[in-house]
Design a protein around this ligand. Structure first.
Ligand code: PBG
Length: 325
């Protein structure tokens, strides 16, 4: 034997010592499951983007599986047929919007599951932007906020527990908080997408909801080079009444998750977006990585950075595989 002062491998030499000395524990409570809901009666699987979408009835069956696996919360998105889209996303405020019926149905069937709903107009607008735009493609802030607050109220009425504005306008959190409180929804929460970067990783999602935008979203989403912008936006959203902060994408933005968790005393939720999911799936399909192992490792990295939960299309796969660690 040579004389080694620190035999650190003692901590790694077998499974039980690794288990009791590790500082992270994987649980189903780490994940929030996103579900897309469409009007038709079939399960639609687009094999070019790996995402699925469900009719209301099929969504209920899928949520039953998630619930039985121990998932506590969902993130819901509508897929709106293009004939119902227009420049100002007016179907979002239509009382007959099928998405409201879907939320009610889900909540009636699963009163214990947390229903988070994305609040933005991109599924509803013909141009795919998150709100109203002018002829130069600039998002009109205040007009958009008014619509979003009304939409949030209808979502709350339908049964949503959490409103998650993802449009990156200014003042939306306050406007949503006000409208919720005025209507007696004092206990509905707001999870604000405060650090939402204008990322190339949203492409499968945009393909799925048909929201390929004219131009880009750099006039409202954050420039990936902007470190301080996200901290400023997080602070503003907290001051306006946000109950938790969502950071997206997750993998390329671990530094932002870390900084946010150090600087702000509020739950931080990471969003492993569609492009991150697609990268794992594609590499695995080509036998270049092991999907399950990569998934668990990615989730561990979000937790290490300081996230308390992660919105991930892999939520069910995660729940099924956490025991393997
Ligand atoms: C829209 C929204 C987007 C995503 C979630 N909400 C797309 C966008 O900003 O264009 C993307 C999520 C994903 O890629 O999985 N407000």
């Amino acid at each position: 034997m040579i004389n080694i002062t620190q035999r650190q491998r003692r901590y790694r030499i077998n499974k039980w010592i690794r288990k009791i000395t590790n500082q992270l524990y994987l649980t189903c409570d780490d994940v929030i499951y996103p579900i897309f809901i469409h009007l038709e009666d079939d399960i639609l699987i687009k094999n070019n983007n790996f995402l699925k979408s469900y009719s209301i009835q099929n969504a209920i069956e899928e949520i039953k599986i998630a619930y039985e696996l121990g998932i506590s919360a969902l993130m819901l998105f509508p897929i709106i047929p293009s004939i119902l889209k227009d420049d100002i996303g007016s179907y979002s405020l239509n009382n007959n919007n099928f998405f409201f019926k879907a939320i009610k149905n889900i909540k009636d069937n699963f009163p214990e599951i947390g229903v988070i709903v994305d609040v933005a107009l991109d599924p509803y607008t013909s141009h795919g932007h998150d709100g109203i735009i002018n002829s130069d493609g600039i998002l009109l802030n205040d007009q958009t906020v008014v619509i979003l607050a009304n939409y949030a109220k209808l979502l709350a009425e339908a049964g949503a527990d959490v409103l998650a504005p993802s449009d990156m306008t200014d003042g939306r959190v306050k406007a949503i908080r006000n409208v919720l409180d005025e209507n007696g929804y004092n206990y509905k929460l707001i999870f604000s997408y405060s650090a939402k970067y204008a990322s190339s990783l949203y492409m499968p999602f945009r393909d799925h909801v048909g929201s390929y935008s004219v131009g880009d979203k750099f006039n409202y989403q954050l420039d990936p080079r902007d470190l301080n912008g996200s901290m400023r936006k997080i602070k503003a959203d907290i001051d306006e009444g946000a109950d938790a902060i969502i950071i997206k994408p997750a993998s390329f933005y671990l530094d932002i998750i870390y900084r946010a968790s150090i600087e702000h005393n509020i739950p931080i939720i990471a969003y492993q977006v569609s492009g991150e999911y697609a990268m794992m799936k594609c590499a695995a399909m080509n036998n270049m990585i092991d999907y399950e192992k990569t998934l668990l490792e990615s989730m561990i990295s979000f937790k290490r950075a300081g996230a308390c939960a992660c919105i991930t299309y892999s939520a069910l796969d995660y729940a099924k595989n956490i025991k393997k660690y």
